[in-house]
Design a protein around this ligand. Structure first.
Ligand code: PGA
Length: 303
């Protein structure tokens, strides 16, 4: 095993002071230490190095060759410590002004309104937003790459703190004038005969939809897969099939009467939106402010 010298940063600081003053007494004064404390630290350092660092000629103190060399390293190490301090300050400073959020594709419909409200109060914050599906959100939480996540159904196998704050009803949609629109309590067996435009694998909406059909012993067939809710709504409107989407995605379509929500048994599937972050995460003031807005104020903001 390579033997490394057992030198402390404190010893190096004392050594630097003595080298600069070329006097134990003055170095002691500078460091608010006693003169014997300074000599003891230098003695220990010399023992560790295995050579004297200073020599006395007459009344004057000089650095030895070993002392000269050590001084170069001691100064470098001090410089590195100063830099380390600066870097840490920078991280602390930028952390204060930054918020990294990931939201489910479907949650984006309202998440932007919540972020807008947050930004009104904390203008100047650097907001980093990733809009992605459930699978990627789980990866973000697992890898700890974001501060907070807005998602349906929090994960069970990652240690997280999650708070529900909003309903997320999933509904079956059809083009205007579809034969099933206007019918009451349509059984799932009837829907089995229809084709669906589905969200991509990894989507929370898709998982919830498939679960309902599977639990009832039915299977559904899809004509197309899409990773965007808007695209699904448009494809349904164009008559390519039926869809299952969150009610949040339909504000515009329903206002313009482009689509119909079907009255299907077991629907709406009532899910919730959760604000989720890793258990024990050190929340900055900004993160706490965002969390509070989402949990306490979302119902008013999204009215
Ligand atoms: P998603 O929505 O379908 O956009 O992934 C998340 C969820 O409802 O869990």
């Amino acid at each position: 095993m390579i033997r490394t010298m057992n030198i402390t940063i404190r010893q190096l600081q004392i050594f630097e002071a003595v080298s600069q003053q070329l006097s134990y007494t003055q170095a002691a004064e500078l460091l608010f230490l006693t003169q014997p404390a300074v000599s003891m630290q230098i003695k220990q350092l010399e023992n560790e190095v295995g050579m004297p660092l200073f020599e006395r000629m007459g009344k004057k103190l000089f650095l030895t060759e070993a002392g000269d060399e050590l001084l170069i390293y001691a100064r470098n190490i001090s410089q590195q410590l100063v830099e380390l301090n600066d870097v840490m300050d920078e991280i602390r400073g930028s952390e204060r002004g930054r918020l990294t959020i990931a939201v489910a594709t479907t949650a984006n419909y309202f998440a932007l309104k919540l972020l807008g409200e947050f930004y009104k109060r904390f203008a100047g914050t650097n907001i980093n937003l990733d809009v992605t599906n459930r699978e990627s959100l789980l990866k973000h939480l697992n890898d700890n790459t974001v501060d907070m996540v807005i998602m349906g159904q929090p994960p069970e196998n990652i240690d997280v703190e999650s708070t529900p704050f909003l309903d997320n009803p999933l509904v079956v949609i059809a083009p205007k004038g579809h034969t099933l629109s206007g019918q009451k309590k349509i059984p799932l067996s009837v829907l089995q005969k229809e084709t669906f435009i589905m969200r991509e694998h990894g989507s929370g909406t898709r998982i919830a939809m498939e679960r309902i059909f599977e639990q009832s012993g039915y299977s559904i067939s899809s004509v197309m897969e899409m990773s965007s809710n808007e695209a699904i709504n448009q494809a349904v409107e164009a008559g390519l099939g039926l869809g299952v989407v969150s009610r949040h995605t339909l504000e515009l379509e329903l206002a313009l009467e482009r689509l119909a929500i079907l009255d299907v048994e077991s629907f709406p599937i009532m899910r919730h939106w959760y604000l989720v972050h890793r258990q024990g995460k050190r929340l900055t003031a900004l993160m706490t402010a965002f969390k509070d807005i989402v949990i306490d104020e979302s119902s008013q903001i999204l009215e």
